[in-house]
Each structure stands twice: as structure tokens, then as C-alpha cells.
Design a protein around this ligand. Structure first.
Ligand SMILES: Cc1cc2nc3c(=O)[nH]c(=O)nc-3n(C[C@H](O)[C@H](O)[C@H](O)COP(=O)(O)OP(=O)(O)OC[C@H]3O[C@@H](n4cnc5c(N)ncnc54)[C@H](O)[C@@H]3O)c2cc1C
Length: 411
């Protein structure tokens, strides 16, 4: 029996089932075999906060094994050498991975190319030369990338970036600072956003360009690893860009129109994070239901108390709605619609209700819900973050309101 009436195509079902089988064969056993490593932050991270060699090695193993099996790049356009599956498959596969693996088998994050770390539709806008140089490594999982848009003084209003690309001969010299750049500590390439026309940028009429930059060139420095939630290491970094030389073949999209590329990348991030919230929420509610049936208090299983079961029922209802929204918006995008309002609604709603579902699952477990063993707090942390990354809920509401006020009231 399925709760979802919409029929998924055979290709999407095969992609989803295939990647779940891959996770069972290649991800879950690695977590089991490396339990001591995963439970010891000092073994996971170096003193400077970067991934340890042991962790980086496991990530590489998962990514390259998935690429060999054809899952990693299955949603990359065929023109770039990928499997050509669309946004629906991307949403369905990520939702299924998060739901199935939960937060503890997190190497699954590397089983499917993440829009900002690996090959994606965004790279359709690269030049022939850039494709020849970067795509082989990205496609076989041996190389990864990062997305450098946010700066210390430009977050929600990313058009305020001040990283500058100054013309030098045929190319440009880029200088500036980036912050929160995920995967930057290990990435081989960065999609780096810089102002190429200050006058146009000042009036928000273009003037920002995206460049593909190798991270091992002079002028690209990972200055600091940013730690979150008390962790001793992390994946986000602050970057210093100093006089970094780029050539025209490194432009992604069009000169002065990098902001469109940025928005498309962030859209992919919104699909990914909507799937993440629904998947983790479903995983957490299932753990809570199992526990409520066996935990006893005042002579009964706690599931017998409506104070316990009704919040779970509410979360199940919300997750069902968010799941349907996710499937719907992915289909709109596959049909070529921009779906700006619908994607904003889906991400804002999914991360709120996913977070609430995990919080309720923690409450259902009492003190047990706070333990490292259950992993609920890991999901809670992850979903707290995505209320900010790829557009805060306030900014998503701003976008929805703007669309409504312009007359886009179709619901
Ligand atoms: C874990 C993580 C990973 C990230 N990875 C990347 C990455 O790989 N690459 C990258 O470029 N960036 C990345 N980011 C940055 C992310 O995109 C920004 O954090 C986000 O856009 C918000 O910007 P800010 O943090 O500067 O908040 P600010 O823009 O300073 O906002 C602060 C608060 O003000 C609110 N606010 C701002 N404007 C308005 C308004 N008009 N109306 C109402 N409220 C408003 C915001 O909603 C927020 O609550 C990441 C962030 C996180 C947390």
C-alpha cells in the first residue's frame, strides 16, 4: 500500500531502489566496521578541524564505488556524461536515502552527487575546455568541488558580495573573502562568484560572474574551518582569495550573469534539503512509534496516551503533506517551470516540520532521545542548519510573498 497516488516512473523507482541497495551494501557496513572511528571525534578530525585521512578515505571509497555502480552521477545530464534523470529522481533518491539510512549512516551523503560538491546540471553552463578538464574527475568521484557565494557581509542578500574580479589582459584577477563554503577544505574545484562590473552590481542589474577555479592554485587559501554545534571539526570553511588569476574559459554561464547560476544552484539545494527534512522526519517518527509501543509508564505503553501519540500523528500528517509538495515541485521543475514560489514553500515547510518531527521523536524517547546512540540529536542538528542554509525561512517567505503580490496566487 502506498500513501502517494502519483505514479513514479520505472526509471525513478529503479534509481531509488538501486541506491538504497547500494547504501545497504557499501555505506551501512562501513559505519559498522568503523564504529570506533565514528564515535571518536579526535579520530574523525585533525587538530585544525579538517577531516582525518581515515574519514576522507572512507568518503572517497563511497563516492567512487557509487560512481562505478552508476548511482553517483545518475541525475547529471546526459550531455555531461551522466544518467540524465531529472529533479524528481533527485528528490526521490535523496528522500529515500535520508529516510532509510537515518543520520548515523551519514557516509550515504556521498552516494549521490550533491549539487554543490559534485557534478550537477549547474555544470551544463561550463565551457568545452572546463568540461574536458574537470568533468572526468567529478564524474568518477575522485574529485569534488564547492560553491563560494556567501561572504562575511553578504548572506541572504548575496548580491552584496564584494569579491572583485579586476580585468588583467584576457583574464581577471580575483580578490575577496568567502565564508561558510561547504566541502571547501577537501574540494578540488570551487565555483567562485565575483563582481566583474561594480556599477551593474551596485544596482542589482547583473555584474556578478561565476568562475570555475581549481583550489590548488596560488591565491586560493582555506583560512579556517568553521565548527558548528560544539563539534571539533567541520566541513564549512572561510576562504581568502588573493589575486587569483582566471581566464575566460573558466566562466560558468555568462559574463555578468553569474547570479542566475547561483540561484539555480541554490534551487537544487532547496530540493535536496526538502528531501533531507522529510526523510529524516520520517525516520525519526518511525523510531518514536517503535519506542512508544514498548516503553511503559503508569501501567501502560506510552503509545496508549494521546499526549504521546497525537503529536506523532500531527507530524505524520505534516510529513505526508511535505512529501507530496516535494514530489510536486520536482515534477514542475522537470516540466521546465521555474516553480519559484512552490520550491520556496516546499523548502520552508519541509525544514520546519521535519525539525518538529525530530524534536517530537526526541520528546517521545524521554532522556533516551538525547543519547548519542539513537542519533536523533544528529538529525535535529542537521535540520536546524537547513533552516538557514540555501535560504532562511524568512527569505523563503519573502520570496513567496513577492510572488503572491505580483499575482502568482495559484495554489
Ligand atoms: C551549514 C551551512 C552551510 C553553508 N554552505 C554554504 C556554501 O557552501 N556556499 C555558500 O555560498 N554559502 C553557504 N552557506 C551560507 C548560507 O547560504 C547563508 O548562511 C544564508 O544565505 C543566510 O545568510 P547569513 O547567514 O549571512 O544570514 P543573514 O543574511 O545575516 O540573515 C540574518 C537573519 O536576518 C534575516 N533576514 C535577512 N534579510 C531579511 C529580510 N529581508 N526579511 C526578513 N528577515 C531577513 C535572516 O532570515 C536571518 O534570520 C551555508 C550556511 C550554513 C549554515
Amino acid at each position: 500500500m502506498s500513501a502517494v497516488a502519483a505514479e513514479l516512473g520505472e526509471d525513478v523507482i529503479a534509481a531509488r531502489d538501486g541506491i538504497l541497495a547500494f547504501a545497504d551494501q557499501e555505506v551501512v557496513p562501513r559505519h559498522r566496521a568503523n564504529r570506533e572511528l565514528f564515535e571518536d571525534p579526535r579520530a574523525l578530525y585533525r587538530p585544525d578541524g579538517r577531516f582525518s585521512d581515515a574519514l576522507a578515505g572512507l568518503i572517497d571509497e563511497v563516492r567512487t564505488a557509487s560512481a562505478r555502480a552508476g548511482f553517483y552521477q545518475m541525475c547529471v545530464p546526459e550531455a555531461l556524461g551522466g544518467g540524465g534523470l531529472g529533479h524528481l529522481a533527485y528528490y526521490v533518491a535523496w528522500e529515500a536515502l535520508f529516510h532509510h539510512c537515518g543520520p548515523q549512516n551519514w557516509l550515504m551523503l556521498y552516494a549521490l552527487a550533491h549539487w554543490a560538491f559534485g557534478p550537477s546540471r549547474l555544470l551544463e553552463q561550463t565551457t568545452e575546455r572546463a568540461r574536458a578538464e574537470i568533468m572526468p574527475g567529478l564524474m568518477d568521484g575522485s574529485r569534488s568541488m564547492c560553491f563560494g557565494l556567501s561572504e562575511p557581509d553578504a548572506g541572504s542578500d548575496a548580491s552584496m558580495i564584494t569579491t572583485k574580479a579586476v580585468k588583467d589582459g584576457d583574464g581577471w584577477r580575483i580578490s575577496g573573502r568567502k565564508i561558510w563554503t561547504s566541502n571547501a577544505p577537501v574540494a578540488d574545484y570551487c565555483v567562485l562568484f565575483a563582481v566583474t562590473d561594480a556599477q551593474r552590481a551596485a544596482v542589482k542589474q547583473g555584474g556578478i560572474t561565476a568562475f570555475i577555479v581549481p583550489t590548488n592554485v596560488p591565491g586560493f587559501t582555506v583560512q579556517r574551518i568553521i565548527r558548528l554545534f560544539g563539534h571539533i571539526g567541520g566541513d564549512e570553511a572561510e576562504l581568502a582569495i588573493d589575486d587569483l588569476y582566471v581566464e575566460p574559459w573558466q566562466i560558468l554561464g555568462e559574463l555578468g550573469k553569474g547570479f542566475a547560476a547561483a540561484l539555480y544552484g541554490v534551487s537544487l539545494g532547496r530540493i535536496y534539503n526538502s528531501a533531507r527534512a522529510v526523510g529524516y522526519g520520517r525516520w525519526a517518527i518511525e523510531r518514536a512509534l517503535d519506542y512508544a509501543k514498548i516503553r511503559r509508564a503508569f501501567g501502560n505503553a506510552i503509545a496508549d496516551y494521546q499526549g504521546v501519540s497525537f503529536p506523532l500523528a500531527e507530524s505524520a500528517t505534516e510529513l505526508h503533506a511535505a512529501h507530496l509538495m516535494g514530489l510536486n515541485v520536482a515534477q514542475l521543475l522537470d516540466a521546465g517551470q521555474p516553480a519559484i514560489k512552490e520550491l520556496s514553500m516546499t523548502k520552508a515547510y519541509s525544514v520546519q516540520i521535519g525539525f518538529r518531527a525530530v524534536d517530537r521523536a526526541i520528546q517521545t524517547h524521554g532522556a533516551m532521545g538525547l543519547t548519542n546512540e539513537l542519533g536523533l540529536t544528529e538529525a535535529w542538528h542537521a535540520l536546524r542548519i537547513v533552516n538557514i542554509a540555501d535560504g532562511t525561512n524568512e527569505i523563503l517567505n519573502r520570496t513567496i510573498a513577492q510572488r503572491l503580490l505580483k499575482g502568482d496566487t495559484d495554489l
